[in-house]
Design a protein around this ligand. Sequence first.
Ligand code: 6PG
Length: 244
Amino acid sequence: MGQHIEVLPDRAALIDRSLFLVVEQLQNAITERGQCTIALSGGSTPKPLYEALAQQDLPWAQVHVFWGDERYVPPDHPDSNEGMARAAWLDRIAIPAANIHPMRTDAADPQAAADRHEQELQQFFQIQPGIFPCFDVVLLGMGDDGHTASLFPHTPALTVTDRLVTVGNKDGQPRLTFTAPLINQARCVLFMVAGASKQPALAEIFAPEADAATYPARLIQPQGELWWLLDQAAGKNLANGIGD
Ligand code: 6PG
């Protein structure tokens, strides 16, 4: 695993850098394997990246889009990660509908929805239960509390290691989320973290010792490449040379 940490001058530079890296990873995957699988993060930080991807001329028919987590709301709900990415990017490009693989949230029971999405992943990757597929790219953000995807501090989702997808919990609200082991199978994990409010959690994430149950982003140690793209506001107090 290669770990790369870059502090960019501002959010615009962070988006530009993430766009370069994502396009590079997509193109490499298509060249090497004929297709690319990318799992998206939600929240606010990645939206400009999705808008920039909509302007790229890429072989979208060879790109398959997934989500690393989803709020348990319909896709037309303002909180939906699927809805945000469709509006910012996917509705603006010629990508086959079958290449978009949302975490469906129409089951009454979120656990049933998690089980169903896991089956959809197993079907897509043609794998048996117990096997973890390798996504080419997993985009992640990090909350002020150190959560990532919907792996929130001190929640049961953090200890699920035998499933691909599980139910996360944010203040009692259910979410669907990739598990840490699934994320860690990725060829490339790319965190995009911006804003001064992220500083305290980042200090704990990069500290030599800290509790991963309290700071779940520490669980993300992929077998592939790990990129942390921070803006100056988020990353300015991190000691030089961390992660070397
Ligand atoms: C979500 C995300 C979540 C997000 C962080 C950071 O569904 O909200 O997947 O993990 O990445 O909360 O969010 P911001 O980018 O808005 O700071």
